[in-house]
Design a protein around this ligand. Structure first.
Ligand code: UT7
Length: 344
């Protein structure tokens, strides 16, 4: 047993380092052609207005915890560990409104009675969750944490709504964070994050919460409603701001950013953020064409696929940025570590 860093280093000299990365996608893919057969839309509209060709969709027997366990197992294997001190799960689609889904994930991963809780921050959830986990590690409360982003968006998207059905997909990604010396490759830099609750209704499931319980009213549906164009405009502006703030806090010039990992909401959003920051497209990896918008799973899925494809390599300065329901947003930095082997 090594000595905990909290016993040898002051808090400001400690950080959380990315040591494991894994992802899982349900095997079934739904192409634009399949959607067009039941919706008033076209392959051309979806490709040009969103940038998606196909998305993965879980079968009805698969819930968020099932995908979280798959991704979590891979992240722990990638890190070469069989135990972590806590589990934090970012999701907008928990298995049930009560209880949280993270304890079931921890149990099924064989982690015993470790602390486990969900973070609900929409599509920003994974960056929020890594921020919370990093802070717990810096504080000495935990030495290693599994952070998962997992979503079953197909459970909350109305299949007959052409304004949401083409956008979202299912999947899960996970990382293992471990205590480290601040400034080591793989450690997370300062976060720039925030929220704008005045826009809560812009991405919302109106029924099923305490405001309108699902047992009240006439025909509760529980589907997500989204004012897409409003979200799109705020997403570009807010992520560009957050990236500038996170870069300044880390002491980076925007030109220093080798890779911008943007929440995969819409290819036009990613391009808009890159344009606003003056970053060329080749520094902005993407997987939206094949997985769609997977909400809180989006960032870890993209980290895993970009690393597996060799688009994230040792020493690159990586900026991560997300935006979603709430509104919420978050951006943070890390230098890509040399010894990370993603399992996808
Ligand atoms: O992950 C975080 C949360 N989500 C997001 O970040 C998503 C953000 N928003 C978006 O990605 C885009 O706003 C959408 C893809 C949802 C919509 O694209 P848009 O360019 O903002 O289109 P719009 O909502 O302004 O609609 C333009 C037109 C409308 O027709 P009219 O009124 O101009 O005749 C829509 O009815 O496109 C129509 N439209 C469609 N047409 C074909 C909307 N959905 C479709 C569709 N197929 N699927």
């Amino acid at each position: 047993m090594t000595t905990p860093l909290r016993d040898v280093l002051p808090q400001q000299a400690r950080s959380a380092r990315l040591v494991g990365l894994g992802s899982w996608l349900p095997p079934r893919q739904v192409t634009n052609a399949e959607l067009c057969a039941r919706l008033d839309t076209s392959d051309e509209w979806i490709r040009t207005r969103i940038g998606i060709a196909t998305r993965h969709v879980a079968d009805p027997a698969t819930a968020t915890s099932d995908m979280a366990v798959e991704a979590g197992m891979r992240a722990m294997k990638s890190a070469g560990v069989e135990h972590v001190d806590a589990v934090v799960l970012a999701t907008a689609t928990p298995d049930h409104p009560v209880p949280g889904t993270a304890p079931a994930v921890a149990h099924r991963l064989g982690l015993g009675h470790v602390p486990a809780f969900d973070v609900g921050a929409g599509c920003s959830g994974f960056v929020y969750a890594t921020t919370v986990a990093s802070a717990l590690i810096r504080a000495g409360t935990a030495r290693s944490i599994l952070v998962v982003g997992a979503e079953t968006m197909s459970a909350i998207v109305d299949p007959a709504d052409r304004t949401t059905a083409p956008i979202f997909g299912d999947g899960a990604g996970a990382v293992v964070l471990r205590e480290a010396r601040a400034g080591e490759p793989g450690t997370f830099g300062p976060v720039a994050w925030g929220s704008a609750g005045e826009h809560a209704a812009a991405i919302c499931i109106p029924e099923g919460g305490s405001r309108r319980p699902s047992h009240a009213g006439d025909a509760p549906r529980g589907y997500v409603h989204m004012e897409g164009n409003l979200v799109l405009r705020h997403a570009v502006r807010q992520m560009a701001h957050a990236v500038r703030d996170a870069a300044a806090a880390a002491g980076w010039d925007l030109r220093d950013i080798d890779r911008l990992i943007v929440h995969q909401a819409n290819a036009r959003i990613s391009a808009g953020v890159a344009d606003a920051l003056g970053l060329p497209a080749e520094r902005v990896p993407s997987n939206i064409t094949d997985v769609g918008n997977t909400s809180a799973a989006s960032i870890p899925l993209l980290l895993a696929s970009a690393a597996a494809e060799g688009r994230l390599t040792a020493g690159q300065r990586v900026m991560v940025a997300a935006f979603g329901a709430g509104f919420t947003w978050a951006a943070t930095t890390l230098v890509w570590p040399a010894d990370l082997r993603p399992l996808t």
